[in-house]
Every structure is written in C-alpha cells, then in structure tokens.
Ligand binder design. Sequence first.
Ligand code: ADP
Length: 467
Amino acid sequence: MRIFFVAAEAVPFAKTGGLADVCGTLPLELERLGHEVSIIMPGYRCVGNQAKPFNDRFKVATVGKDLKVYFLQHAKFYDRPQIYGDAQGDYPDNLERFAYLCRETFTLIKDLGKPVDIIHCHDWPTALVPVLLKDQYAKDPFFMKTRTVMTIHNLAYQGVFPKEDMPKTGVSEDLFNPKALEFYEKINLLKGGLIFADEITTVSPQYAKEIQTKEWGCGLDGVIRENKTRLLGILNGLDYALWDPENDPLLAPRYSSKDWLIKRIHKEKIQNIYGLPVFSDIPVFGLVARLCYQKGLDLLESAFQEGLMQRPIQLVFIGVGEDKYQKLLVKLARKYPQQCGVVIRYDEDLAHTVYAGSDFFLMPSVYEPCGLTQMISLRYGTIPIVSGVGGLADTVTDFSSNTKRGNGFVMNSYSVTGMLEAVDRACGVFHQPQRLHDLVIHAMDSRWTWKTSANAYVDCYKGIING
Ligand code: ADP
C-alpha cells in the first residue's frame, strides 16, 4: 500500500507530546511491514537543516529505509519558536497555518505523480484533509481510490474557530452546517474530519469506549456515537529500541531486568539533581508530563493537602505547560524542599534519568487517551501508579502479591483516598524486597510493540480499501 501521514508533529523533528512519538514511529513500522510510507508536516524552525530542498514549497529528509518526510515551507507560518503557540496562548493564525498544510498535502501528492491508497490524518490540525478530499477532489480521477483515516490522539483539542473564518479553510462555505463543520455556531475542524473520514481510530480500546459517553466525549460524543461503526481503538506501541535501559545512550550505567538494582545509582543521581536528601530506603515517585488539566495535577494538589507529604516518600517532577500548573509544582517543591523537587522545562536527558531513577511513576490522569509515559516507566522498571482510565486501563493491571500478577497500582477511585491508598500499597511493596523484585521483573517484561499496532492499522487500511 502507498500511505501518506499528515501530521503537525513527528519525532525526531518536532515534538510536544505523544502524538509526535506515534507519527514518527508508526510510519517506520509500516515501512518495515513492506508498505510505501511518506510523511508531510510543517517545516518548523526546530527542523533546522535536517532536510534538503525538494521543490519550491517543500524540503525533504529520508528516515528508515527510504521513508520520505516532506516539510512544507512557509516562513511566515512555521518559522516560529513553538509549534502551536506561545506564553500568550495559541497562535491566532493556527487555522491558516494548518489549513495550508492540509491543502498542500493534495498538491504534493499530485506533484509526486502516484496516487496514494491511504491518507492517515492525526488530530485537528490535519482534519481538513478528509473534508477537502470529499469536497474538492471528489471528481478528480487521481484521488478516486484514495481513502482517509482520522486518528484522535486527544479529543479535548478540536480546532474550534469563529464562523467568520470559514473562507480560510479552503472548503465550500455551505459545509458550515451542523452535519459537517458547524458546532454551536463555530467551525470545528475535528468534527469535520470525523464526519468525512472513511475510518476513525483512536489510540486505545478503552478510550474508544469512553469518547462515546457524555462525560468524556468533549461535546463530540454524539458525532462519535453516530459514527461508531467506523470507530476503532488501536493501542499505541512503544519504541523499544529507543526506550531501553540496556541500550539507552542517555543512561550510564545501563541496566536490564537481570541487574535492575543498578537503578539505585540513578536514584541517587536524581536525588542530587533535585536537591533532595540521598536515602535509598525512601521511595522516589517520578512524574514526567505536559503540565495541563488532563494529567491530574489538581488531584495531586489535593493529595498534598490531605497528607501525601506526611508519608516517608520523595517526589520528583519534570514538566512544562500551563502557567497555573508550573506555579503549583514550584510552590509544592518550595513548601517541601526535603521531599519534593521540580524542574520546569522540556529535557530528554533528565526525563530518561527520572524514568530510570524513580521507584514509582505517578500518573493520576483525569483522562488518558493512551499514554506513553506509563509504558516507558514500566520498561525502566519504575512501577506506575495510575488512574484506571483510557490507555492506562489497557496497559496497567493491579499488582497482587498473592498471584504475583499485575504490573502496577491502579487507583480504586478517582479521589484523594484512591490515590493515597494506591501510594500506600506501593510503599508497602517497596519495603518487601522479594515482592518488589517480582513486580519490577513483571513490569520490565510488559510489551506493547509497534509491530502489533502497525498490523492492526494495516488491517484497518485494507478494510476501507476493500470497502
Ligand atoms: P501526552 O501525549 O498527553 O503529552 P504521553 O504520555 O502520550 O502524553 O507522551 C508524553 C511524551 O512526552 C513522552 O515521550 C514523555 O517522555 C515526553 N515528555 C513529556 N514532558 C516532557 C519533558 N518535560 N521533558 C522531556 N520529555 C517529556
């Protein structure tokens, strides 16, 4: 199959979160399965000189065996310090910036001269592609056999703009109606993508169920329910070549499940980095996250108020995001300097050390479409403590000392009590070396490979191609 990925971010070129991991890794796995895959994305400033000129609008880089990544050039739109916005909020011209990417996807495919079977779109910035295909290219023989897949990585972000901006989308004005792009008198790009795509996927089976409910549907649950026969939940994989404590270039010394006690050296390192007292017999709980509502930081704040710091534990945070949450974490670290440390920045090196050196990984997400950080921490023998939602429910099972089953601790309710109870159970196991050993081994053995996910996507593509 010939498959085209359209994405706003993809590793190793541009990343704000898990979307980039998926859009950079899944295409490589599809290529390994024998498919011809390309990626189109904006040529942001952070791409630097990793690509060579291709034509007057694109630069190109090759990754994997022969996978081409096309970077759309437009200095006014993309030569900026960030991907979506700055401290003032989203860039005000995001509709133009990403509508341009969607329109240019079609001109690039035509320029390349060979029709594609699948255009795989990711989240709202690329959601105009399925709309454009059916609106502008319906009669174009070149695109006659092209089908689209719209993947929801996070339903909370929908690309909502004032209706006056309709001309900027490049699609027919009459698509501003409730059966297409209109959503309560505004343009909703993701809604359009969901309605016009041939197949909708999301990043875990559990999240596929949750987004059909009023509670988690972010206002689009009705649209999703109406289209549920076209909805599929495919769990993301993890790039085990990249995330491997045995071969991680950012770790020294490295370790495997056979000598996981080496983690203690990294624990000492993070205790020093975060200015915490160096004790090996106090459990360290790590948190690596975009700092936003989704990640459950409000619950964490309540847990601080209700006794989390009365326990003999240490917490290390690394994250960047909303000002409110950055300030909250800084405040907590100042209040509890012996137990709590924070670093506010995006830092791959430190994130790897936190994954390796923590004993436990805190992930009390309010919702979590898939989540990669729990998979990463499992791989590093760092036991996740999670809320039982979305992809967390699909990847973390509660550890039972009796059966030795389970790879983490799942909160029994989304409440401070549920969180403290899970933390206490984790601390209990921490102080029982044999049980902790069993749990760490089990965690490090957990696997969600991209090969499995890529095969599921191939089945999905074949399904829509064959009608
Ligand atoms: P989301 O996509 O909601 O941000 P995921 O768990 O799917 O969450 O993926 C987050 C990715 O971003 C992981 O690879 C994680 O290691 C990385 N990450 C998040 N914050 C930071 C940070 N401050 N520094 C380094 N890496 C980070």
